[in-house]
Design a protein around this ligand. Structure first.
Ligand code: SF4
Length: 448
């Protein structure tokens, strides 16, 4: 747990020598607690105090990074239980499990590697592959690496995993999994090859006991699988959620280091009838770090990727597009001019409707600090003055001949003020919903 300024002060020399650039040790302690100075600025801190201060500064949930040739998947380092308290930082990595012995391995890897989907201007992909060592793992890794450089999770017993690790020098894969029967061999393997290591157990006590023993062997990057019962089967959805929440709570609220690690999940293995997609969605919401899917299907991946993006978007920073004049379907100078805000979803709702209908248009995207139309209007970020300023700043009048400006129907109230701000323009009130724009443009504006 982070120390207070007073607690830090007690660990300092208290000589007020000023060499750190601050007048007193207390001032330095306060700055250190606020993370505004580095501990190294004081040359007189004892080794014992340094160790205590470093331990208190460590994140309550360790950041674990899987690496491979420029690709990284990070999990952990979260600081809140609930997204609305602050934000969730590291999106859970979505991995697809493939079998080393699968004769179609190369084709499957290629299909997964090439999967990409665009959502409000962002390209989403799968993050990596989980390889089940049921055959020649070294050969399977070679097959994967021929088509993809994404990080790997290797699943199997220590001997089987060791055979493949020689081919992954310089990478940081995740080994799955150490348990009470094999933890020493797995820990040795992870330490020797500098891998992250997943740990599985049938209870939180068992997990905490294992992580302490493995950490003592020098393996720091651990990942927890809390999803098994005593018989080795997957627990149901309620039990998984309870365990994941307990782990998060213990790590954040009690600073319980033995469980301060990200989680790995296997949504398809739960046998409670909910199905892979529902379990995966729950794991995205709370609190997975790495999710291993058994199904590669766009209809499964797309909603999960979008859900993940929404859960891991900072609620205080809406996703935005650049305010500017956008051209849709190569508009001529006679094409109509539409206006909206720079909230990404609003922009894409408007742009996609018009583009999909094949209608040319100019789209003035105003800087509304990333808010949607009504929210921005209510907050005073989308008013006649701002719209007029955008029209002038983007030199719209120099690019178009017609002088018709279409504002969203939700802000019809702005039309009078806007006519005063832009006296050369005819202000038209468009529909409230983007879906109605094509019909409005064809009928009211008589756009071809
Ligand atoms: S350098 Fe260290 S001992 Fe000197 S005033 Fe700063 S904190 Fe205190």
């Amino acid at each position: 747990m982070a120390l207070t300024g007073i607690q830090i002060y007690k660990l300092l020399p208290q000589t007020n020598c000023k060499e750190c650039g601050l007048p007193t040790c207390l001032a330095f302690a306060m700055k250190l607690a606020a993370k505004q100075v580095e501990l190294a600025a004081c040359p007189y801190v004892s080794e014992e105090s340094k160790a205590k201060l470093a331990a208190s500064a460590a994140p309550p949930i360790r950041l674990v990074t899987l690496k491979a040739d420029g690709h990284e998947v990070k999990a952990g380092n979260e600081v809140v239980l609930f997204r609305h308290e602050k934000t969730f930082y590291h999106k859970p990595g979505l991995f697809v499990r493939l079998k080393a012995a699968d004769p179609d391995l190369a084709a499957k890897v290629e299909a997964i590697e090439n999967y990409t989907v665009n959502y409000v201007g962002m390209d989403f992909t799968v993050d990596g592959f989980a390889l089940q060592a049921d055959g020649d793992l070294a050969a399977a890794i070679e097959t994967v690496r021929a088509a993809s450089k994404r990080p790997l999770i290797l699943i199997g017993e220590p001997q089987a995993l060791e055979s493949g690790l020689g081919a992954l020098a310089g990478e940081t894969p995740l080994l799955y999994a150490a348990d009470s029967s094999n933890w020493e061999a797995m820990a040795d393997l992870a330490a020797q090859h500098k891998c992250a290591l997943a740990v599985r157990g049938a209870s939180l006590d068992e997990l905490a006991d294992l992580t302490e023993k493995i950490k003592a062997k020098g393996v720091e990057d651990l990942v927890l699988d809390p999803g098994l019962n005593a018989e080795g089967r997957r627990v149901n959805m309620a039990t998984w959620l309870a365990r994941a929440t307990q782990i998060r709570r213990l790590a954040l609220k009690k600073n319980f280091r033995p469980l301060g690690y990200p989680l790995i999940t296997f949504p398809a293995e739960h046998q409670d009838g909910a199905g892979e997609a529902v379990h995966a969605a729950q794991h995205i919401a709370k609190y997975a770090g790495f999710i291993v899917l058994d199904t590669f299907a766009p209809e499964l991946l797309y909603p999960l990727l979008v859900l993940r993006e929404n859960i891991y978007t900072d609620p205080q920073k809406p996703i935005q597009v650049q305010p500017e004049l956008y051209e849709i379907n190569a508009p001529s100078p006679d094409a109509p001019v539409l206006v909206t805000t720079n909230f990404s979803i609003t922009y894409f709702a408007v742009a996609n409707e018009v583009e999909g209908a094949g209608l040319p248009a100019w789209l003035v995207v105003t800087d509304a600090e990333g808010m949607s139309v009504l929210t921005a209007w209510a907050a005073g970020k989308f008013d006649a003055e701002r719209i007029a300023k955008a029209v002038k700043d983007f030199k719209v009048a120099e690019k178009v001949r017609n002088r018709t400006l279409v504002i969203p129907g939700h802000v019809a109230v702005l039309s009078g003020e806007l006519e005063e701000e832009l006296p050369d323009w005819e202000i038209r009130v468009g529909p409230r919903e983007a879906v109605d724009l094509p019909a409005f443009m064809k009928q009211a504006l008589q756009t071809a």
